[in-house]
Write a protein that binds this ligand. Sequence first.
Ligand code: G16
Length: 547
Amino acid sequence: MSMQVIRVPTEPFAGQKPGTSGLRKKVRVFRQERYLENFVQAIFDTVSGQQGQTLVLGGDGRYYNDVAIQTILRMAAAAGFARVLVGRDGILSTPAASAVIRKWRAFGGIILSASHNEGGPEGDFGIKYNLANGGPATETFTDAVYRRTQEISEYCLVDAPDVDLARDGETVIGDMVVQVIDPVADYAGLLESLFDFDRIASLLARPDFRMRFDAMHAVTGPYARAILEHRLGAPVGTVIHGIPLPDFNGGHPDPNPVHAAGLVQALADPGSGLSFGAASDGDGDRNMIVGPNFVVSPSDSLAVLAANHALIPAYAGGLAGVARSMPTSCAVDRVAAALGIPCYETPTGWKYFGSLLDAGMATLCGEESSGTGSNHVREKDGLWAVLYWLNILAVRNTPADEIVREHWQRFGRNVYSRHDYEGIDSALADRLIEGLRTRLAGLPGSEVCGQRIAGADDFAYTDPVDGSRSERQGIRILLDDGSRVVFRLSGTGTEGATLRVYLERFVADPGRHAVPTQEALAPLIGLADAVAGIGSITGRLRPDVIT
Ligand code: G16
């Protein structure tokens, strides 16, 4: 008997345009009738050749994850997939989904996540499509999906009861097999193949070394427990906030000094006995690394990982190259120069690293937004970064803060910070950016707040592998001494606009490395406001978040 496909008439919704990382909207937007269905159908209409193929499906467990998964299963059956691998309880961290797609040679994957954004019924939801390489769909693909959402007239599904996702095993709906898999096993096995687990286990067993991993009530809890506590023998309780909750316990699962303040405080308290701290975000692709009374900036972390690659089994043979997003600090560029390897500068968004990784041109990639990863998957990977650091600490027997300070001694310090102004009226944010754009040509050679501007542009990128072009990716202002200010509007927010101002100054003199970050950047902070008119246009006198 052939499968009965139900065709449901629909009409386009405005604004189903994927941003930096998939479609992110308020839960209440996603809960509108046909909203999710339209977007999923647009994805299935954009791919071709999925008949008889395998799809990977899972999410970060946030509110609406469970409902969306059942809908997508019915639609995937109607779209002709032969099999869907879905994480138990609908859970798959973003890097684990990437690992599963690659390991099982799936056709692609759908990841349900709004990453570090808040969850719960009033929070955010998101959906993104990953390609067969395990990486986020390219801009060409997401543009095509968006076009499809604007002309869609029906979506298709099969009539089937909800699938029990609590137990591993197979269920058939329509002509498609739904296979519930252990969300951790494939991923944990992959990480174990990259690092020296015996050495890390010895470090974790030392009485003078104690770590804390804050899973922020998000998806990495089960992964961190399985890997750090069960496999590597860290004491039970090393992982805190380890049960994924649909609303992340009311928190904001973004591993930065503001939202993971408790972890930072614990590492600043000598009485805690902690020597190393780490955290990951909603869907497990971001990381924060904390040493004793010291938060490692994500840009520095990337540079340190690159500089220490020879200590890690998977990378000891050498790095083909490194890549960073444009607003990420140039610290890794200095390491690449010392290693004699290329360093690529891409727009913000992990999707831009995919072609470099696929072509074997880059081995490590990273972003200022707390993402680092390698060619082992095609997403950034929070626990991978934590294990990489643990492997370095185990070999060098030096605390994380000293490792970074020694790094600065050798390479100089790219003092770096990002200032976020959140929830700005979109029209005002657009006016600010457009104003900068129109003044760009006149800026070079001018003096602002006593600093001479050497160059200014709107970053554009041509992918060296496929030649695709991405324009208007961030306004850069470059000073005589190599300092930079970059302005961008976030592509991941769901309310108004978030203005990101990225500030960077290179300090070679080791005698000045200890100057507090915001103090060292004060002249640039003044320049940013004067050039862009942040205060006068938005009315905001200080940022909401400083990373
Ligand atoms: C996503 C992207 C990252 C990007 C970050 C911030 O991360 O995958 O590549 O750096 O958003 O983007 P924006 O500055 O546009 O908000 P995640 O962890 O949210 O998926």
